[in-house]
Design a protein around this ligand. Sequence first.
Ligand SMILES: NC(=O)c1ccc[n+]([C@@H]2O[C@H](COP(=O)([O-])OP(=O)(O)OC[C@H]3O[C@@H](n4cnc5c(N)ncnc54)[C@H](OP(=O)(O)O)[C@@H]3O)[C@@H](O)[C@H]2O)c1
Length: 248
Amino acid sequence: MSLTARHLLLLGGTSDIGRAVAKHYADNGWQVTLAARDVEAASRNAADINTRQPDAGVAVEGLDILETESFVSFLDALHPLPDTVVCVVGMLGDQEQAETDPDHATRIMRTNYEGPALFLDMIAARFVSRGYGMIIGVSSVAGDRGRASNYAYGSAKAGFTAFLSGLRNRLATKNVHVATVKPGFVETRMTAGMDLPGALTAKPKDVAERIAGIEIRPRDVIYVLPVWRLVMFVIRSIPEPIFKKLKL
Ligand SMILES: NC(=O)c1ccc[n+]([C@@H]2O[C@H](COP(=O)([O-])OP(=O)(O)OC[C@H]3O[C@@H](n4cnc5c(N)ncnc54)[C@H](OP(=O)(O)O)[C@@H]3O)[C@@H](O)[C@H]2O)c1
């Protein structure tokens, strides 16, 4: 796949999926900036890509998605304003802990929904002023229906999915495209130790290829492995009286 050389801002520059996305765009000639709260770890990812791809020039900027007051200065310092922003920031957290620890629950909710949504709204305004832009948010199938095993995370992803849908709707006539990516299971540190079904599990590079494909053929909502669309259709179709008795 060839992408025209442009500028990507990746939020979540230390993430396993993010690293694959950054590498894929850099391999295709894009300038990439990794935004991360752990600048040292993101710098290692940048150095890794730059070593293999001496022309890549991947840069790193500090950004904590929970520090919303820093967003304006972060955006003001971005030169140039990126053509595309991809947000892979997220936190699975611990569902049982979230049920009794409001701080933990709040952190899950703010990391998966509030922070990314507020940041993307702010960059969207700048894309509109400039006249174009691409916003790609990585949400989750967990947001398609709340389940006992992860509803703190799932409800935050549901909020993020709804936010992206509304933003897409608002910007449809402004030449700013908004895409929602639902990866399904992916082999990353987030799912380390989980027994994942092979047929439903993607690799970070699969997610990266699907995300980069949006640059060529803009899509609104994608499930990285198409089988997840069917799986989630079935799960959403189960009547609530039956669903509430299932262990999913
Ligand atoms: N793996 C899966 O099966 C799967 C499935 C569906 C959706 N997803 C979504 O895919 C995205 C990437 O996940 P991943 O699997 O690659 O997991 P990951 O490696 O744990 O990535 C999560 C990223 O979010 C960042 N982050 C968390 N809190 C932050 C904060 N306050 N400020 C800035 N960055 C913060 C992490 O940074 P630190 O390194 O500093 O913690 C990390 O870069 C997430 O949104 C996740 O919900 C993953």
